[in-house]
Ligand binder design. Structure first.
Ligand SMILES: NC(=O)c1ccc[n+]([C@@H]2O[C@H](COP(=O)([O-])OP(=O)(O)OC[C@H]3O[C@@H](n4cnc5c(N)ncnc54)[C@H](OP(=O)(O)O)[C@@H]3O)[C@@H](O)[C@H]2O)c1
Length: 299
C-alpha cells in the first residue's frame, strides 16, 4: 500500500487525484475529515484519519504501508511535523519514504537560502539518517502560486500581479506534472537514495507571467512592482497571518538576490512526463485567474 500525507492540501489533493485518474490504489492521510470530502468517492482512494504530530493516531494509516509520499504544510511546524512522522513510520516498519521537498530553482541547498528550502534540507538529513530507504522529490515554485488567494497570486479584482522581485526569472512547475512523477516514482523500484529536482520548462519574468495570464483570460492583467515593505504591509492589512508574512519576506528577498533561474527537466524526462508550459497552465485555469473559480484563500 502507498500512503500520501497532506492529502487535503494543494499538492496532496492533486497527487491523490492523479492516483485515482490512473486507477492506482492509494491511502490518503487526512487530519480534518471535513476537508476530506473532495477525496471520498475517488476510485481506489482509501481515506484514513491521523495527525502527523501525534504518532499514536497513525497506527491505522501506517499499517501495511510499503511507501509513503510525505507532504505537510510549509507554514506549520514543518520540520517537527515531518521528523515526528518519519520516526513514527520507522517504528511502524514502513521501509521507504519519498519526501515531497522543494527548492528555489537555480538556488541549491545553500544554508543562507530561503527558510523553506533550509527546512526541507533539515528534514532530508533526518530522513537520510533514519536508516529508512529515502527519495527526495524537489519541485521548484508551483505555477499554482500565481492563482488568486495564494501567497503570491494575482489580484483578480484589480487585474494585477503585485510583486517585489524586480526582473528576476522563475521557472515554476505545474503541480500536475509533479503529481504524475510522484505516481510513477511511488509505483516503481530503483529510486532509493536518489533526489529528483524539477522545474517548469521556462524561466519567466513576472511581466511574462502576466502576459500569459492576459492571453489566456482575454483580459488585460498588469505586473505592478512594489517595494518589499509595501507589499508585506499590503498583505498584513489584508489579514495574512504572521508565519505567511515571514515566508513571503524570505521568499522575495531570495528571489530578488538570484535573478536567473535554471530550468531542470531531467526528472520530467526520466518519468516520461511532458512539461506543462505556463501558457497551457494559464489556459486551464483562466476562470480561476478571473476570480470565477478556485482561489480558496490559502494563507
Ligand atoms: N509553494 C511552492 O511553490 C512550493 C514549491 C515546492 C515545494 N513546496 C513544498 O510543498 C509542500 C506542500 O505544500 P502545499 O502548499 O501543497 O501544502 P498545503 O496546501 O499547506 O497542504 C499541507 C497539507 O498538510 C496537512 N498537514 C499539516 N500538518 C499536518 C499534521 N500535523 N498532520 C496531518 N496532516 C497535516 C494539511 O492538513 P489540513 O488540510 O488539515 O491543514 C494539508 O493537507 C510543502 O512542504 C512546501 O514547502 C512548495
Amino acid at each position: 500500500m502507498i500512503l500520501v500525507t497532506g492529502a487535503t492540501g494543494l499538492s496532496g489533493s492533486i497527487v491523490v487525484q492523479e492516483f485515482a485518474r490512473q486507477n492506482a490504489p492509494v491511502r490518503a492521510l487526512v487530519r480534518n475529515p471535513d476537508k476530506a470530502r473532495k477525496l471520498h468517492g475517488l476510485p481506489g482512494v482509501e481515506v484514513v484519519e491521523g495527525d502527523m504530530l501525534r504518532p499514536e493516531t497513525l497506527t491505522a494509516a501506517l499499517r501495511g504501508v510499503e511507501r509513503v509520499l510525505m507532504i505537510s504544510s510549509p507554514r506549520e511546524r514543518m520540520v517537527e511535523t515531518q521528523c515526528t512522522f518519519i520516526d513514527a513510520a520507522k517504528a511502524a516498519g514502513v521501509p521507504h519514504i519519498v519526501k515531497y521537498s522543494g527548492k528555489e530553482s537555480g538556488v541549491g541547498f545553500d544554508p543562507d537560502s530561503f527558510i523553506g528550502t533550509h527546512e526541507h534540507l533539515q528534514i532530508e538529513r533526518h530522513l537520510e539518517a533514519s536508516g529508512l530507504a529515502w527519495t527526495h522529490l524537489r519541485p521548484s515554485q508551483f505555477m499554482e502560486f500565481y492563482l488568486p488567494g495564494t501567497l503570491t497570486g494575482v489580484d483578480p479584482h484589480r487585474r494585477e500581479l503585485r510583486m517585489s522581485i524586480g526582473d528576476s526569472r522563475l521557472a515554476p512547475v505545474a503541480i500536475g506534472d509533479v503529481a504524475k512523477v510522484a505516481v510513477a516514482l511511488l509505483n516503481s523500484d530503483g529510486h532509493e537514495g536518489r533526489a529528483y529536482d524539477m522545474t517548469g520548462p521556462e524561466a519567466l519574468t513576472m511581466k511574462e507571467v502576466v502576459e500569459h495570464i492576459s492571453a489566456a483570460t482575454g483580459t488585460a492583467f498588469r505586473h505592478v512592482e512594489l517595494p518589499l515593505e509595501d507589499k508585506l504591509r499590503e498583505c498584513e492589512e489584508a489579514g495574512m497571518p504572521e508565519p505567511s508574512i515571514r515566508i513571503l519576506r524570505e521568499l522575495f528577498a531570495e528571489r530578488g538576490r538570484r535573478p536567473e533561474s535554471e530550468v531542470r527537466l531531467e526528472t520530467h524526462r526520466t518519468f516520461g512526463v511532458r512539461p506543462t508550459t505556463f501558457a497551457e497552465f494559464a489556459r486551464g485555469h483562466a476562470a480561476a485567474f478571473l476570480g470565477q473559480a478556485g482561489g480558496d484563500g490559502r494563507w
